[in-house]
Write a protein that binds this ligand. Sequence first.
Ligand SMILES: [Zn+2]
Length: 308
Amino acid sequence: MKTRAIYILPLFIFLIIFLALWQIQKLDRSKVTNINEVSEVAKSPPVTELPVLVDTEKDSEQVNDKEITDDYQTLKDRIISKFINQIPLQWNEVVDGVKTKLSTGEKVIALTFDACGGSRGSGYDRDLINYLIDNQVPVTLFINARWIDANFEIFGQLADNPLFEIANHGTEHKPCSVNSKSIYGEAGTNNVGEVVDEIEKNARKIEAIIGHRPKYYRSGTAYYDEVCVRVSEDLGHEVAGFNVLGDAGATFLKEQVKKALLSVSPGSIVLLHMNQPNGDTAEGVIAAIPMLKEMGYSFVLLSEHVLE
Ligand SMILES: [Zn+2]
């Protein structure tokens, strides 16, 4: 009898512990179910457990409110005092400091698409972007603040796709001048302070939405003076020019876009537009990409290479 008790007692204790643990687990599970039920009702808008790269729940107004933070004026004052006495000597698409190609001899090119915003520039070339997605062609998108406001959800989707790199195309799409130069009838920024506003406000807007700061800046009209380029660098942006004019502000016909694209050389940066769906840019790009691939070219983001 004694020997049997030695075996049965531990078994009995084990059974009790097991039952107790099982009950506790059951309680926990029912608690979790309840939390889910509550949150099903309470969650509006839905909350995701995954890290949110792009918060499309925010509307653009909320993001605009976040643009100006306490340190903004300090930054602006510092840059104004640093550059105020610098007099520019150049005014062009390519001035000192503007990078126009990738530093490589490999057969790679960077397609860049501007989205200029404003009343005539806030369209979205869906056919073009869908083609790039379907064919997995990575490109860099230069986005203006006004285009973001007009296409907030689409911007979020583009930024969320690793195929697309988001770059800064200014706040009001102004040519980049520290002394009121203009080009094509478009008035440039008037002084260093306005240059800071033009670059930094959109940089902060983009960062507030996508979680990181853009690395490249291209001004409206792609015109600069060299002081403006230095200001841009001080604000952490490389100025990305181009060496192939791909669509001349989306005014080229299909054959012209195709011809421009086929004129690339290793490391070319091509300037195109994604905001004029009625233009021929998409048709020209769609015609040229398979031919470029046959020529041995592949496509890269600006950030995949050093620029020169
Ligand atoms: Zn533009």
